[in-house]
Design a protein around this ligand. Structure first.
Ligand code: SF4
Length: 390
Protein backbone atom coordinates (compact mmCIF):
# COMPACT_ATOMS: atom_id res chain seq x y z
CA UNK A 1 0.00 0.00 0.00
CA UNK A 2 1.28 3.44 -0.87
CA UNK A 3 1.33 6.06 1.90
CA UNK A 4 -1.09 8.86 1.00
CA UNK A 5 -0.30 12.48 1.67
CA UNK A 6 -2.41 14.11 4.40
CA UNK A 7 -3.09 17.65 3.17
CA UNK A 8 -4.28 20.34 5.54
CA UNK A 9 -5.74 23.79 5.06
CA UNK A 10 -3.89 26.66 6.71
CA UNK A 11 -5.60 30.06 6.92
CA UNK A 12 -2.61 31.80 8.50
CA UNK A 13 0.88 31.16 9.84
CA UNK A 14 -0.29 29.85 13.21
CA UNK A 15 -2.51 27.30 11.52
CA UNK A 16 0.25 26.32 9.10
CA UNK A 17 2.59 25.60 12.02
CA UNK A 18 -0.03 23.63 13.96
CA UNK A 19 -0.95 21.62 10.84
CA UNK A 20 2.70 20.71 10.17
CA UNK A 21 3.25 19.80 13.82
CA UNK A 22 0.07 17.71 14.07
CA UNK A 23 0.61 15.32 11.19
CA UNK A 24 -0.05 17.11 7.90
CA UNK A 25 2.38 16.10 5.16
CA UNK A 26 1.54 19.26 3.24
CA UNK A 27 -0.57 22.39 3.67
CA UNK A 28 -2.45 24.52 1.18
CA UNK A 29 -2.60 28.24 1.72
CA UNK A 30 -4.03 31.32 0.02
CA UNK A 31 -2.12 34.47 -0.79
CA UNK A 32 -3.65 37.94 -0.42
CA UNK A 33 -4.74 37.74 -4.08
CA UNK A 34 -5.93 35.08 -6.51
CA UNK A 35 -7.22 32.68 -3.85
CA UNK A 36 -10.75 31.47 -3.14
CA UNK A 37 -10.85 32.47 0.51
CA UNK A 38 -10.52 36.20 0.26
CA UNK A 39 -11.92 36.69 3.75
CA UNK A 40 -9.40 34.36 5.39
CA UNK A 41 -6.46 36.04 7.00
CA UNK A 42 -4.43 35.23 3.92
CA UNK A 43 -0.66 35.08 3.64
CA UNK A 44 1.55 37.98 2.58
CA UNK A 45 4.64 37.04 0.54
CA UNK A 46 6.80 37.41 3.68
CA UNK A 47 4.48 35.04 5.54
CA UNK A 48 4.58 32.58 2.64
CA UNK A 49 8.36 32.58 2.91
CA UNK A 50 8.29 32.06 6.67
CA UNK A 51 5.67 29.32 6.31
CA UNK A 52 7.68 27.51 3.63
CA UNK A 53 10.84 27.66 5.75
CA UNK A 54 8.97 26.28 8.75
CA UNK A 55 7.30 23.50 6.75
CA UNK A 56 10.43 22.49 4.84
CA UNK A 57 12.44 22.13 8.07
CA UNK A 58 9.90 19.49 9.11
CA UNK A 59 9.95 17.83 5.69
CA UNK A 60 6.48 19.15 4.75
CA UNK A 61 5.29 20.90 1.60
CA UNK A 62 3.36 24.11 0.95
CA UNK A 63 0.90 24.56 -1.92
CA UNK A 64 -0.41 27.99 -2.93
CA UNK A 65 -3.94 28.36 -4.33
CA UNK A 66 -4.37 30.53 -7.42
CA UNK A 67 -7.86 29.27 -8.14
CA UNK A 68 -10.10 32.26 -8.63
CA UNK A 69 -11.98 32.60 -11.92
CA UNK A 70 -9.70 35.16 -13.57
CA UNK A 71 -11.33 38.14 -15.28
CA UNK A 72 -9.18 40.38 -17.47
CA UNK A 73 -8.49 42.80 -14.66
CA UNK A 74 -7.29 39.97 -12.40
CA UNK A 75 -4.43 39.03 -14.71
CA UNK A 76 -2.34 42.14 -14.08
CA UNK A 77 0.38 41.21 -11.70
CA UNK A 78 -0.23 37.47 -11.49
CA UNK A 79 2.98 36.56 -13.35
CA UNK A 80 5.13 38.64 -11.00
CA UNK A 81 3.23 37.21 -8.08
CA UNK A 82 4.00 33.65 -9.19
CA UNK A 83 7.72 34.51 -9.52
CA UNK A 84 7.72 35.92 -5.97
CA UNK A 85 5.88 32.91 -4.62
CA UNK A 86 8.39 30.53 -6.22
CA UNK A 87 11.24 32.52 -4.66
CA UNK A 88 9.42 32.28 -1.31
CA UNK A 89 9.64 28.49 -1.56
CA UNK A 90 6.22 27.27 -2.74
CA UNK A 91 6.22 23.57 -3.74
CA UNK A 92 3.14 23.63 -5.98
CA UNK A 93 0.43 25.95 -7.28
CA UNK A 94 -3.21 24.92 -7.23
CA UNK A 95 -4.74 26.49 -10.33
CA UNK A 96 -8.11 26.42 -12.01
CA UNK A 97 -7.56 28.70 -15.00
CA UNK A 98 -5.54 26.82 -17.61
CA UNK A 99 -3.65 29.86 -18.91
CA UNK A 100 -1.42 29.56 -15.83
CA UNK A 101 -0.28 26.00 -16.56
CA UNK A 102 2.14 26.65 -19.43
CA UNK A 103 3.52 29.78 -17.81
CA UNK A 104 4.38 27.94 -14.60
CA UNK A 105 5.65 24.76 -16.29
CA UNK A 106 7.79 26.70 -18.82
CA UNK A 107 9.44 28.92 -16.25
CA UNK A 108 9.70 27.13 -12.92
CA UNK A 109 10.41 23.72 -11.43
CA UNK A 110 7.29 23.54 -9.26
CA UNK A 111 4.28 21.30 -9.55
CA UNK A 112 0.92 22.43 -10.89
CA UNK A 113 -2.19 20.90 -9.35
CA UNK A 114 -5.58 21.39 -10.95
CA UNK A 115 -8.12 22.75 -8.47
CA UNK A 116 -11.38 21.04 -7.56
CA UNK A 117 -13.02 24.21 -8.93
CA UNK A 118 -12.61 22.70 -12.41
CA UNK A 119 -15.03 19.89 -11.48
CA UNK A 120 -13.00 17.09 -13.07
CA UNK A 121 -14.97 13.83 -12.91
CA UNK A 122 -13.79 11.50 -15.70
CA UNK A 123 -10.88 9.55 -17.18
CA UNK A 124 -10.68 11.47 -20.47
CA UNK A 125 -10.38 14.86 -18.78
CA UNK A 126 -7.62 13.58 -16.53
CA UNK A 127 -5.72 12.10 -19.53
CA UNK A 128 -6.03 15.45 -21.31
CA UNK A 129 -4.71 17.33 -18.28
CA UNK A 130 -1.84 14.88 -17.89
CA UNK A 131 -0.81 15.55 -21.49
CA UNK A 132 -0.79 19.27 -20.67
CA UNK A 133 1.86 18.63 -18.03
CA UNK A 134 -0.36 18.99 -14.98
CA UNK A 135 1.14 17.05 -12.06
CA UNK A 136 -1.94 16.31 -9.97
CA UNK A 137 -5.71 16.64 -10.25
CA UNK A 138 -7.96 17.51 -7.32
CA UNK A 139 -11.15 15.74 -8.34
CA UNK A 140 -14.60 17.23 -7.92
CA UNK A 141 -16.16 16.24 -4.62
CA UNK A 142 -19.00 14.69 -6.59
CA UNK A 143 -17.14 11.61 -7.89
CA UNK A 144 -18.00 8.08 -6.69
CA UNK A 145 -15.29 5.81 -5.26
CA UNK A 146 -15.54 3.37 -8.18
CA UNK A 147 -14.96 6.23 -10.63
CA UNK A 148 -11.97 7.52 -8.64
CA UNK A 149 -10.51 3.99 -8.86
CA UNK A 150 -11.08 3.85 -12.62
CA UNK A 151 -9.47 7.26 -13.12
CA UNK A 152 -6.37 6.22 -11.16
CA UNK A 153 -6.08 2.85 -12.93
CA UNK A 154 -6.49 4.27 -16.43
CA UNK A 155 -4.48 7.48 -16.13
CA UNK A 156 -1.84 6.77 -13.42
CA UNK A 157 -2.27 10.45 -12.55
CA UNK A 158 -1.71 11.43 -8.88
CA UNK A 159 -5.23 12.13 -7.60
CA UNK A 160 -6.23 14.28 -4.64
CA UNK A 161 -9.67 14.04 -3.02
CA UNK A 162 -11.41 15.71 -0.11
CA UNK A 163 -11.90 13.46 2.92
CA UNK A 164 -13.27 15.82 5.55
CA UNK A 165 -15.06 19.13 5.97
CA UNK A 166 -17.77 21.29 4.49
CA UNK A 167 -19.27 20.63 1.07
CA UNK A 168 -20.68 23.10 -1.43
CA UNK A 169 -24.39 22.54 -1.95
CA UNK A 170 -23.86 23.06 -5.66
CA UNK A 171 -21.07 21.41 -7.65
CA UNK A 172 -18.07 23.32 -6.32
CA UNK A 173 -17.59 26.58 -8.11
CA UNK A 174 -20.86 26.45 -10.06
CA UNK A 175 -22.79 28.67 -7.70
CA UNK A 176 -23.80 32.30 -7.82
CA UNK A 177 -26.01 32.43 -4.71
CA UNK A 178 -23.48 34.56 -2.92
CA UNK A 179 -23.11 36.90 -5.91
CA UNK A 180 -26.90 37.28 -6.12
CA UNK A 181 -27.67 37.85 -2.45
CA UNK A 182 -24.61 39.79 -1.28
CA UNK A 183 -22.68 40.91 -4.35
CA UNK A 184 -19.76 38.81 -3.14
CA UNK A 185 -18.37 36.62 -5.92
CA UNK A 186 -17.89 33.05 -4.71
CA UNK A 187 -15.57 32.36 -7.63
CA UNK A 188 -13.28 35.20 -6.69
CA UNK A 189 -12.98 34.40 -3.01
CA UNK A 190 -16.09 36.05 -1.62
CA UNK A 191 -18.57 33.25 -0.86
CA UNK A 192 -20.87 34.27 2.02
CA UNK A 193 -22.11 30.66 2.42
CA UNK A 194 -25.65 31.64 1.50
CA UNK A 195 -26.65 27.97 1.10
CA UNK A 196 -26.32 27.62 4.88
CA UNK A 197 -28.88 30.36 5.57
CA UNK A 198 -32.48 29.63 6.53
CA UNK A 199 -35.01 30.66 3.89
CA UNK A 200 -38.80 31.05 4.04
CA UNK A 201 -40.33 29.38 1.00
CA UNK A 202 -44.11 29.46 0.36
CA UNK A 203 -44.70 30.36 4.00
CA UNK A 204 -42.72 27.27 5.04
CA UNK A 205 -40.18 28.69 7.43
CA UNK A 206 -36.64 27.63 8.02
CA UNK A 207 -35.66 25.80 4.86
CA UNK A 208 -31.96 25.51 4.20
CA UNK A 209 -30.20 24.23 1.07
CA UNK A 210 -27.12 23.14 2.99
CA UNK A 211 -25.66 19.65 2.86
CA UNK A 212 -24.02 17.69 5.64
CA UNK A 213 -20.27 17.88 6.10
CA UNK A 214 -18.00 15.24 4.58
CA UNK A 215 -16.38 12.60 6.82
CA UNK A 216 -14.56 9.71 5.13
CA UNK A 217 -12.94 8.21 8.25
CA UNK A 218 -14.71 4.85 7.73
CA UNK A 219 -13.36 4.50 4.20
CA UNK A 220 -9.71 5.47 4.62
CA UNK A 221 -8.53 1.89 4.10
CA UNK A 222 -10.54 1.63 0.90
CA UNK A 223 -9.18 4.98 -0.30
CA UNK A 224 -5.59 3.92 0.38
CA UNK A 225 -6.22 0.60 -1.40
CA UNK A 226 -7.35 2.30 -4.60
CA UNK A 227 -4.21 4.46 -4.63
CA UNK A 228 -5.43 8.00 -3.93
CA UNK A 229 -2.28 10.14 -3.65
CA UNK A 230 -3.51 12.91 -1.37
CA UNK A 231 -6.24 13.14 1.29
CA UNK A 232 -7.42 16.71 1.63
CA UNK A 233 -9.08 18.33 4.64
CA UNK A 234 -11.36 21.29 3.92
CA UNK A 235 -11.40 24.53 5.87
CA UNK A 236 -8.84 27.32 5.74
CA UNK A 237 -10.99 29.20 8.28
CA UNK A 238 -10.97 26.37 10.83
CA UNK A 239 -9.30 26.90 14.21
CA UNK A 240 -5.86 25.52 15.11
CA UNK A 241 -7.57 23.24 17.66
CA UNK A 242 -9.91 21.82 15.01
CA UNK A 243 -6.96 21.16 12.71
CA UNK A 244 -4.94 19.45 15.45
CA UNK A 245 -7.84 17.15 16.38
CA UNK A 246 -8.87 16.27 12.82
CA UNK A 247 -5.35 15.83 11.46
CA UNK A 248 -4.15 13.69 14.35
CA UNK A 249 -7.26 11.52 14.11
CA UNK A 250 -6.83 10.87 10.38
CA UNK A 251 -3.09 10.39 10.83
CA UNK A 252 -3.72 7.66 13.41
CA UNK A 253 -6.21 5.96 11.08
CA UNK A 254 -3.78 6.11 8.14
CA UNK A 255 -0.89 4.73 10.23
CA UNK A 256 -3.10 1.93 11.56
CA UNK A 257 -4.16 0.99 8.02
CA UNK A 258 -0.56 1.00 6.76
CA UNK A 259 0.59 -1.08 9.75
CA UNK A 260 -2.38 -3.42 9.33
CA UNK A 261 -3.49 -2.72 12.92
CA UNK A 262 -6.78 -0.94 12.30
CA UNK A 263 -9.58 -2.52 14.33
CA UNK A 264 -13.24 -1.55 14.74
CA UNK A 265 -12.39 -0.34 18.24
CA UNK A 266 -9.65 2.00 17.01
CA UNK A 267 -11.82 3.29 14.19
CA UNK A 268 -14.83 3.88 16.45
CA UNK A 269 -12.63 5.83 18.86
CA UNK A 270 -11.50 8.12 16.04
CA UNK A 271 -15.06 8.51 14.76
CA UNK A 272 -16.09 9.61 18.26
CA UNK A 273 -13.24 12.14 18.39
CA UNK A 274 -14.12 13.56 14.97
CA UNK A 275 -17.79 13.85 15.93
CA UNK A 276 -16.91 15.89 19.03
CA UNK A 277 -15.06 18.52 17.08
CA UNK A 278 -17.73 18.86 14.41
CA UNK A 279 -20.77 21.03 14.97
CA UNK A 280 -22.82 19.67 12.07
CA UNK A 281 -23.95 16.21 11.01
CA UNK A 282 -21.78 14.46 8.49
CA UNK A 283 -21.99 12.01 5.60
CA UNK A 284 -19.84 10.20 3.03
CA UNK A 285 -21.81 11.91 0.23
CA UNK A 286 -20.85 10.65 -3.23
CA UNK A 287 -18.20 8.06 -2.38
CA UNK A 288 -20.48 5.01 -2.09
CA UNK A 289 -23.60 6.26 -3.87
CA UNK A 290 -25.04 9.35 -5.49
CA UNK A 291 -25.85 11.86 -2.76
CA UNK A 292 -29.54 12.00 -1.89
CA UNK A 293 -31.98 13.52 0.58
CA UNK A 294 -30.20 11.81 3.49
CA UNK A 295 -27.17 14.00 2.78
CA UNK A 296 -29.10 17.26 3.18
CA UNK A 297 -28.79 19.30 6.35
CA UNK A 298 -31.89 21.38 6.87
CA UNK A 299 -30.87 23.16 10.02
CA UNK A 300 -28.92 25.92 8.33
CA UNK A 301 -25.89 27.47 9.96
CA UNK A 302 -24.73 26.17 13.28
CA UNK A 303 -22.86 28.93 14.99
CA UNK A 304 -22.23 27.06 18.24
CA UNK A 305 -18.60 27.61 18.97
CA UNK A 306 -16.64 24.69 20.33
CA UNK A 307 -15.81 25.23 24.02
CA UNK A 308 -13.77 22.04 24.33
CA UNK A 309 -10.38 23.57 23.66
CA UNK A 310 -8.82 24.44 27.02
CA UNK A 311 -5.34 25.62 26.12
CA UNK A 312 -1.97 24.97 24.51
CA UNK A 313 1.46 24.25 26.02
CA UNK A 314 3.78 27.15 25.18
CA UNK A 315 6.66 26.50 27.60
CA UNK A 316 7.99 23.77 29.85
CA UNK A 317 10.37 23.75 32.78
CA UNK A 318 10.85 20.22 34.07
CA UNK A 319 7.31 19.13 34.91
CA UNK A 320 5.84 22.62 35.10
CA UNK A 321 3.99 23.46 31.89
CA UNK A 322 3.00 26.98 30.88
CA UNK A 323 -0.34 27.04 29.11
CA UNK A 324 -2.08 29.71 27.07
CA UNK A 325 -5.59 29.11 28.34
CA UNK A 326 -8.65 29.22 26.10
CA UNK A 327 -11.83 27.98 27.83
CA UNK A 328 -12.93 27.49 31.43
CA UNK A 329 -11.71 24.56 33.51
CA UNK A 330 -10.94 24.05 37.17
CA UNK A 331 -9.12 21.95 39.73
CA UNK A 332 -10.73 18.51 39.92
CA UNK A 333 -11.75 18.42 36.23
CA UNK A 334 -10.83 15.42 34.11
CA UNK A 335 -9.21 16.54 30.87
CA UNK A 336 -7.35 15.06 27.88
CA UNK A 337 -4.11 16.24 26.37
CA UNK A 338 -3.36 15.65 22.71
CA UNK A 339 0.24 15.82 21.60
CA UNK A 340 2.05 16.31 18.30
CA UNK A 341 3.23 12.69 18.73
CA UNK A 342 -0.45 11.74 18.28
CA UNK A 343 -0.76 10.56 21.90
CA UNK A 344 -3.89 11.16 23.98
CA UNK A 345 -3.18 11.53 27.69
CA UNK A 346 -5.90 11.56 30.35
CA UNK A 347 -5.39 13.74 33.40
CA UNK A 348 -7.19 15.00 36.49
CA UNK A 349 -6.33 18.66 37.15
CA UNK A 350 -5.02 19.01 40.69
CA UNK A 351 -2.44 21.73 40.56
CA UNK A 352 -3.17 25.08 38.92
CA UNK A 353 -1.01 28.20 39.16
CA UNK A 354 -1.40 31.65 37.65
CA UNK A 355 1.47 33.27 35.76
CA UNK A 356 2.92 34.59 39.06
CA UNK A 357 3.07 31.02 40.41
CA UNK A 358 0.19 31.62 42.85
CA UNK A 359 -2.28 28.79 43.44
CA UNK A 360 -5.66 29.19 41.71
CA UNK A 361 -8.70 26.92 41.58
CA UNK A 362 -10.17 27.94 38.23
CA UNK A 363 -8.81 28.95 34.84
CA UNK A 364 -11.46 31.31 33.58
CA UNK A 365 -9.86 34.07 31.53
CA UNK A 366 -9.40 33.34 27.86
CA UNK A 367 -5.86 33.93 26.64
CA UNK A 368 -4.44 34.19 30.16
CA UNK A 369 -1.24 32.38 31.09
CA UNK A 370 -1.50 29.57 33.62
CA UNK A 371 0.77 26.78 34.77
CA UNK A 372 0.10 23.12 35.51
CA UNK A 373 2.34 20.47 36.98
CA UNK A 374 2.11 17.31 34.88
CA UNK A 375 4.19 14.19 35.42
CA UNK A 376 4.03 12.99 31.80
CA UNK A 377 6.55 14.34 29.30
CA UNK A 378 4.69 16.65 26.90
CA UNK A 379 6.07 18.30 23.77
CA UNK A 380 5.47 22.00 23.13
CA UNK A 381 2.17 22.69 21.33
CA UNK A 382 0.40 19.86 23.16
CA UNK A 383 -3.25 20.87 23.57
CA UNK A 384 -5.61 20.48 26.54
CA UNK A 385 -9.25 19.64 25.83
CA UNK A 386 -12.37 18.35 27.53
CA UNK A 387 -12.48 14.53 27.59
CA UNK A 388 -13.58 13.03 24.26
CA UNK A 389 -13.08 9.38 25.22
CA UNK A 390 -14.52 7.33 28.11
S1 SF4 B 1 -23.16 29.60 -1.25
FE1 SF4 B 1 -22.88 27.46 -0.62
S2 SF4 B 1 -23.02 26.28 -2.52
FE2 SF4 B 1 -22.66 28.41 -3.09
S3 SF4 B 1 -20.42 28.59 -3.34
FE3 SF4 B 1 -20.93 29.19 -1.24
S4 SF4 B 1 -20.72 27.30 0.01
FE4 SF4 B 1 -20.84 26.70 -2.18
Amino acid sequence: MKRPELLSPAGDLDRLKIACIYGADAVYIGGRDYSLRANANNFSLEEIKEGCEFAHKLGKKVYLTLNIVFHNEDINGVYDYIKEAVLAGIDAFIVSDLFLVNYIKDNFKVEVHLSTQDSITNVESVKYLKNMGIDRVVLAREVRGCDIKKIIEETKMPIEVFIHGAMCTFVSGRCVLSNYFTGRDSNRGGCAQICRFLFDINDEKDFSMAVKDLNMSKYIKDMIDIGIASFKIEGRMRSPFYLAVVLSSYKRIIEAVLNNTLTDDILNKEITILSKVSNRENSTHFYMKDADISDQYYLGRNENSNQDYLGIVIKKENNLYTIRQRNYFKVGDDIEIITPNLDIIKLSVNNLLNEHNEKITVANQADSIIKIEIQEELPLYSMLRKPYLD
